[in-house]
Design a protein around this ligand. Structure first.
Ligand SMILES: Cc1cc2nc3c(=O)[nH]c(=O)nc-3n(C[C@H](O)[C@H](O)[C@H](O)COP(=O)(O)OP(=O)(O)OC[C@H]3O[C@@H](n4cnc5c(N)ncnc54)[C@H](O)[C@@H]3O)c2cc1C
Length: 361
């Protein structure tokens, strides 16, 4: 079964990337089966209902992936407070095309919506079907699509270099009745901490590339999340996952005779290929790759062309001594005050992606 351009396709993982790939292939007349380790579609069950925030243009991205993107799962973000080394910087959300997106199994979630579209298009799902070892992956048909997110099995089976990520996931009821976002950059946060809220749900992530110290996490919860934004989560869960090692050759569309999509493909660049946007785009690219590898690879290179530059920015930031980073609040305030100066560089960061509108002049 299977093979380059063949009629039968297996997709592993029913998250954003896998569902987008499955939907596009089924609409193209393929016989698509999705294998999913959990009992429902939509990624990490522990996190749901969750809210992600991402910058994009829903109309252009929707055209690219063939899905209308809008309410009830997607809303323009109305407020974004950034806390940069204790300076509060209210961001000008209107110039950023930033959206809050509900994730998970509720009817108001993007994953649920994609799942229903897949069913309409004739995609078959096998739930509670985890691939656990190298043999499981090796036995998949040629050109199967691997879109397994942050889970370890595919990284190990396909020998994709990875690094661990750690964090706490929090969820609760939002105390604000509009779509909003908060983010913290500070030494105690190790990497960053943020929350996003819409549809009455608040979802938080305290994220780090090294094991989280409980004292630092408590500080985030009490002083920042509750103290500065008035938000509270009823439930917090510790979380560990994997992402591809950040290196200049990180983004990859293929591994052996398999096609990669979403997080496992390296669509994790925090500036341009990140998260929801990256996984929807790469799900579509995986579907194209099943038909035409050369065309998909050309597009993949184009959409990931800012990766190296963004990785360099990140490395410079990581190498900056803490005392100097502590002065970041100043430049953050300056850039906010002179937002016009920064529109072009910000636009350059995102413009390589389909779906990201040129920032308003
Ligand atoms: C905690 C957290 C917070 C995030 N916050 C944001 C944000 O604010 N903004 C943003 O844009 N993005 C955010 N993201 C990223 C965004 O959620 C992901 O980029 C996106 O979900 C990735 O899509 P994916 O398809 O690669 O993986 P997922 O959506 O995670 O889907 C992977 C699927 O594969 C299944 N699977 C895994 N292993 C196997 C296996 N061995 N066999 C069978 N099935 C398997 C899983 O169960 C899951 O359903 C966040 C991610 C996390 C984890």
């Amino acid at each position: 079964m299977g093979g380059y351009g063949s009629r039968e396709v297996v997709v592993v993982g029913a998250g954003l990337a896998g569902l987008t790939a499955a939907l596009n292939l089924a609409r193209d007349g393929k016989d698509v089966t999705v294998l999913e380790k959990f009992e429902k579609a939509g990624g990490i069950p522990l996190a749901h209902p969750a809210v992600d925030a991402t910058p994009f243009n829903p109309e252009l991205l929707g055209n690219f992936i063939g899905v209308e993107l809008g309410e009830p799962f997607l809303y323009p973000c109305e407020e974004w407070n950034m806390y940069c080394y204790d300076y509060k910087v209210p961001m000008q959300v209107k110039t950023l095309n930033l959206y809050c997106i509900e994730r998970g199994h509720r009817k108001t979630a993007l994953d649920h919506h994609l799942y229903e579209l897949c069913l309409d298009a004739g995609v078959k799902f096998e739930f509670n079907h985890p691939l656990v070892g190298q043999n499981d992956f090796a036995e998949l048909p040629v050109d199967s699509i691997i879109s397994t997110g942050l889970y370890f099995e595919a990284f190990e089976a396909l020998n994709i270099p990875y690094q661990k990520v750690f964090g706490y996931l929090g969820k609760g009821r939002s105390s604000k009745d509009y779509p909003c976002l908060g983010a913290w950059f500070h030494d105690y946060a190790l990497d960053y901490a943020y929350y996003a809220a819409c549809n009455g749900v608040v979802f938080c992530l305290y994220f780090a590339r090294e094991p989280v110290k409980d004292s630092e996490f408590e500080e985030y919860k009490e002083r920042q999340f509750l103290g500065q934004e008035g938000m509270e989560c009823q439930r917090w869960d510790y979380y560990e996952g994997l992402v591809p090692c950040a290196a200049y050759n990180t983004p990859r569309l293929f591994s052996g005779d398999k096609i990669l999509a979403g997080t496992v493909s390296g669509m994790i660049d925090p500036f341009a290929l990140f998260g929801v946007h990256g996984s929807l785009v790469s799900g579509k690219l995986a579907a194209i790759a099943h038909q035409d590898k050369a065309e998909a690879y050309k597009l993949f290179k184009e959409y990931s062309k800012w990766f190296n530059r963004n990785l360099l920015i990140r490395r410079v930031f990581n190498a900056t001594p803490i005392a100097i980073r502590g002065m970041m609040g100043g430049p953050a305030k300056f850039s906010q005050k002179h937002a016009k100066l920064f529109k072009k560089p910000m636009n350059d960061i995102f413009k390589a992606l389909p779906g990201y509108m040129v920032l308003p002049k």
